[in-house]
Design a protein around this ligand. Structure first.
Ligand code: PFF
Length: 485
């Protein structure tokens, strides 16, 4: 890593990094620090950083359980089609918006059109909703890591282990609090860069381990049926709900429609190619999600005796299926494997939670003109408080439910299936009709041709907004029981 920033990009990056443009002192400090430390140079650095935010629980925990729930192969197909179309277009749009304005989401929209400042605010609300419940799941991963580490991995393979754990009042809260505290410590001391460096080694380790476990899981008796369920689309299972679930998952997994990629774009240098970077981030993120599905779904299929009902058991899928796979390696082997695996997943979850928390902290700094320290403490306490209902919703507060959803599912639905599609829809309208596609495509073409320019223009002006609006309206009507789809 070396530092060969141009003054112009340097300024852009500092703007984005401080995200609080009024604070000159912070800017200066940042500049000095940046000179001392150096920064990622070139496209690789950008791609790795963005992929680091994108790859997390969304890929390893959320994708497999949604794929299992929404019919396996048909969900997979829908997801891939959406990733190649909506995902590509939206990621290009957000990164370019960020690079063009050199600002984080909350300011980027305002900079281009004052009346659209509200969209920055909407994007800012989404990570605030996600962070607490993301951390509850992070706490579950922490618990499993601890269980395997202390040699009790075999008990985690028991049928009721997971449900007993999430329904107990204190334990999930304790692990949730430890998880949030870990993220908080990193954010308040501003040592994310150190974490990023370690993640360059740990992320590939996670990928290798996942490949290894997948290969083993696929050799287990009865897994072939599960592979078929996962890979072969059954068109009878297709419904608008499949599309909404896949779309929400796409946004969540690629950190889209919540301003994150706008901020990352603002760090990007003018000489780096946006289009090919987006291809790489997408391939990386989708690859890990697909692989995680292949690791978990056939295994779950085997252990549930091919019963799709148990397979679709929701958020617990990874936690129920994998310990059973590890148990096949015996107490010692399974213990080591489980400890390693959950340690790496915990790390991936933590890096994503840190980037979420960092985003929320910068929003609080910007909005209330508070110091980094005060903002971090407010966000920390707020996250702890907001996460409690999501955690208790599986136990003492399990009676609270809306449309059959637990409290955690409700937050998940609100952010992924309502607010993110709205933010994505408005971003399309903003670019297609307010800023104009040309403004965006010109920025992309600063260094070379934009191969998918026509496709981008048509998608962002017509296909994306119309489809997202249609999906959104039908699914909301469905939740309120206006009609059944
Ligand atoms: N994309 C992450 C995942 O798939 O787990 C979730 C996420 C992380 C969203 C960081 C937003 C973010 F800032």
């Amino acid at each position: 890593m070396e530092d060969n920033n141009t003054p112009q990009t340097e300024e852009l990056q500092i703007n984005a990094a401080s995200k609080s443009q009024g604070e000159t002192a912070a800017l200066q400090e940042n500049l000095v620090e940046k000179k001392k430390r150096g920064s990622f140079t070139g496209k690789i650095g950008f791609v790795l950083a963005a992929a680091g935010s994108a790859v997390g629980l969304g890929n390893i925990w959320r994708f497999p359980y949604l794929a299992a729930k929404y019919g396996g192969g048909i969900f997979l197909l829908t997801y891939i089609v959406l990733a190649l179309t909506f995902g590509f277009v939206l990621m290009i749009a957000e990164i370019t918006l960020g690079r063009k304005t050199g600002a984080s989401a909350i300011n980027a929209f305002k900079k281009l059109n004052k009346k659209w400042a509200f969209l920055g605010v909407l994007c800012a609300v989404i990570p605030i909703i996600i962070l607490p419940y993301y951390s509850v799941i992070g706490g579950w991963v922490g618990k499993y890591f601890f269980t395997f580490l202390t040699g009790s991995g075999a008990s985690a393979a028991g049928d009721s282990y997971f449900n007993n754990f999430i329904s107990s009042p204190w334990q999930p809260l304790l692990f949730f609090a430890i998880f949030v505290t870990a993220a908080f410590v990193v954010v308040i001391f501003g040592v994310e860069k150190g974490i990023e460096k370690v993640s360059k080694f740990l992320m590939p380790a996670l990928v290798l381990l996942t490949i290894g476990v997948t290969i083993y899981a696929l050799t287990m008796e009865g897994s072939a049926e599960g592979v078929k369920y996962y890979l072969l689309p059954d068109f009878k299972k297709f419904s608008i709900k499949t599309v909404l679930a896949a779309l929400g998952q796409l946004f969540y997994s690629m950190s889209l429609a919540m301003g994150i990629m706008i901020t990352y774009g603002s760090y990007m240098k003018k000489q780096d190619k946006i289009e090919s970077s987006v291809h790489q981030i997408e391939i990386f993120d989708t690859g890990i999600a697909l692989l995680s599905g292949l690791m978990i779904i056939p295994a779950a299929y085997t252990f549930s005796g091919g019963n799709p009902e148990t397979l679709g058991q929701g958020p617990g899928l990874m936690f129920v299926a994998l310990p059973k796979v590890f148990a096949k390696f015996g107490t010692v082997g399974g213990g080591i494997l489980g400890t390693l695996f959950f340690a790496l997943v915990l790390f991936a979850a933590l890096t994503s939670a840190i980037s979420l928390m960092e985003t929320v902290v910068s929003i609080v700094m910007d909005k209330f003109h508070l110091s980094r320290k005060k903002s971090s403490i407010i966000v920390y306490v707020g996250t702890l408080l907001l996460g409690i209902p999501s955690s208790l919703g599986f136990g003492v507060w399990s009676a609270v439910s809306v449309g059959g959803m637990t409290i955690l599912d409700m937050f998940d639905f609100l952010s992924n299936s309502v607010l993110m599609p709205i933010a994505a829809l408005l971003t399309c309208v903003f670019i297609g009709y307010i800023v104009g596609c040309k403004n965006i495509t010109d920025e992309i073409e600063l260094n070379g041709a934009f191969k998918f320019k026509k496709f981008f223009n048509v998608m962002i002006r017509y296909v994306c907004p119309i489809c997202i609006a249609a999906i959104l309206v039908t699914s909301i009507l469905d939740v309120f029981g206006v009609f059944n789809i």
